[in-house]
Design a protein around this ligand. Structure first.
Ligand code: SAH
Length: 276
C-alpha cells in the first residue's frame, strides 16, 4: 500500500543522513526503518564499513534503499541542496538550537519539503553530532526519552523520526500539520525561525539551499577580511553569529543574490580604495 500523492512526494524529498556510522548493522536497520515508513533517500557520510553483508542482512528487504544510498565526505556536502536540515541528538544542547519533538519536527520538515529537499542528520553511535555539525542544522530534534537513559540505538531513533514523518504525511503534510504552539525553550529571537515572518506569496523565490548559504557566508567572510572588519583573534565568532542571523531570516535565493551583489560592490570599492 502506498500513500497517495502529494504526501508520498513530500516523503520522497526527505533525506536521512547518517554521519560516520560505525556499525554496518545500524545502516541496514535505518534502511529498513525508512522503507517501512515510505522513505527512500539515504545519505552516508564516511561510513566505517559500506557496503557490507551485515548491512544488507539487517536491511532485510530494504536493500534497494542501501543500493541507492549516496556517499559524502561531510555533512555540508550531504545537505548542500537542502532547504532545511534538522539535527538529532539525545542530549540537550545550549539554547542556540530551537528544540523540536519528533512530531513538531515532522511537521516543520514536511512544510519545508514542499519547497525543496530536506534532511534529518543522525550522529555517530559513539559521540553523536559535533557542535560544528549541529551548526549546519536549523533545528534540533530530541526524542523525549528516559532522562537517565536517553540515548536510543541509531536505527531505533531513525524509526521514531520516520514514523512521525509518515503520520504527518498521512495527516496531509503542510500546512495543516504544523505545530500550533512555538516549541518550549525557543529563545525569543529564534521564534520566527520556524514559520513566522512576513507571508511569502506564490511569486516568492525558492528558499536558499545550504550550499547557497555557504556561498553567501564565504563571500561575507572574504569581504569582512578585506575591509578589516573581521577580528583576527576570533574570526569564527563573527561568522557563527552571521550564520545564525541568516538562518533566522530564512533567506530566499533572490535575497542571497542581492546580498552577494552588495558584497561584490563593497569588495570592489575596498580594492579600488587600496589602489589609490
Ligand atoms: N553517545 C551519543 C549518542 C549517540 S546515539 C551522544 O551522546 O550523543 C546515535 C544517534 O542516534 C544520535 O547521534 C542521534 O542522531 C540519534 N539519537 C539517539 N537517541 C536520540 C534521542 N533521544 N533523540 C534524538 N536522537 C537520538
Amino acid at each position: 500500500m502506498s500513500l497517495e500523492s502529494p504526501s508520498a512526494d513530500l516523503l520522497a524529498r526527505v533525506r536521512f543522513v547518517l554521519v560516520e556510522p560505525s556499525h554496518p548493522g545500524n545502516i541496514g536497520g535505518v534502511a529498513r526503518a525508512m522503507k517501512t515508513m515510505g522513505l527512500s533517500r539515504l545519505a552516508l557520510v564516511k561510513p566505517e564499513v559500506f557496503p557490507s553483508a551485515e548491512a544488507t542482512a539487517r536491511a532485510s528487504g530494504a536493500d534497494d534503499v542501501l543500493y541507492h544510498a549516496a556517499l559524502f565526505a561531510d555533512l555540508p556536502a550531504a545537505v548542500a541542496d537542502c532547504v532545511l536540515t534538522v539535527g538529532t541528538s539525545a542530549r540537550r544542547r545550549t539554547l542556540e538550537w530551537p528544540e523540536l519533538s519528533p512530531r513538531e519536527a515532522a511537521a516543520v520538515l514536511l512544510e519545508a519539503a514542499a519547497r525543496g529537499p530536506v534532511a534529518v542528520a543522525f550522529g555517530r553511535e559513539s559521540s553523536g553530532l559535533t557542535n560544528a555539525e549541529m551548526e549546519r542544522c536549523q533545528h534540533l530534534l530530541r526524542i523525549p526519552a528516559n532522562p537517565e537513559y536517553s540515548s536510543l540505538n541509531l536505527a531505533a531513533a531513525a524509526q521514531v523520526v520516520a514514523y512521525e514523518l509518515r503520520v504527518a504525511a498521512m495527516a496531509g503534510g503542510s500546512p495543516g500539520g504544523l505545530p500550533r504552539r512555538v516549541p518550549d525553550g525557543l529563545p525569543g529571537g529564534l521564534q520566527g525561525g520556524l514559520h513566522a515572518g512576513p507571508p511569502r506569496g506564490p511569486e516568492a523565490a525558492p528558499p536558499a539551499t545550504a550550499a547557497e548559504m555557504d556561498g553567501l557566508l564565504a563571500h561575507m567572510e572574504e569581504t569582512a577580511r578585506a575591509i578589516g572588519f573581521l577580528d583576527p583573534a576570533a574570526p569564527r565568532y563573527l561568522m557563527r553569529r552571521l550564520w545564525r542571523l541568516f538562518q533566522r531570516a530564512r533567506l530566499d535565493r533572490t535575497e542571497v543574490n542581492i546580498l552577494r551583489g552588495f558584497l561584490k560592490a563593497v569588495l570592489l570599492a575596498a580594492r579600488r580604495g587600496e589602489g589609490e
